[in-house]
Design a protein around this ligand. Structure first.
Ligand code: SF4
Ligand code: SF4
Length: 78
């Protein structure tokens, strides 16, 4: 998982289908070789993450929430 701007991109799940790049209304995503790069014009709208068929892209806040939830449930088990 790589942090790119406000997003987290899982380069192991990514199939380089280019959908996220095409769907971004700001045209701020692009591939440079095998690296996804983002420009600062990103609106954090999350549209790109919804189109990714591999679940390889998410807003970083979502993943932090999920991590916290996981920690919560793990703590509840103790
Ligand atoms: S969050 Fe929105 S603006 Fe940012 S890269 Fe994804 S689609 Fe583009
Ligand atoms: S939509 Fe998902 S699988 Fe396709 S290029 Fe973007 S991150 Fe990779």
């Amino acid at each position: 998982m790589k942090k790119i701007g406000p997003l987290e991109w899982d380069n192991e799940l990514c199939k380089f289908c280019n959908l996220c790049v095409q769907m971004c209304p700001q045209k701020c995503l692009q591939f440079k070789g095998k690296e996804l790069v983002i420009e600062s014009s990103c609106l954090k709208c999350g549209i790109c993450t919804k189109y990714c068929p591999e679940m390889g892209l998410q807003l970083a806040k979502d993943s932090e929430d999920r991590k916290e939830q996981k920690q919560d449930t793990e703590e509840n088990k103790k």
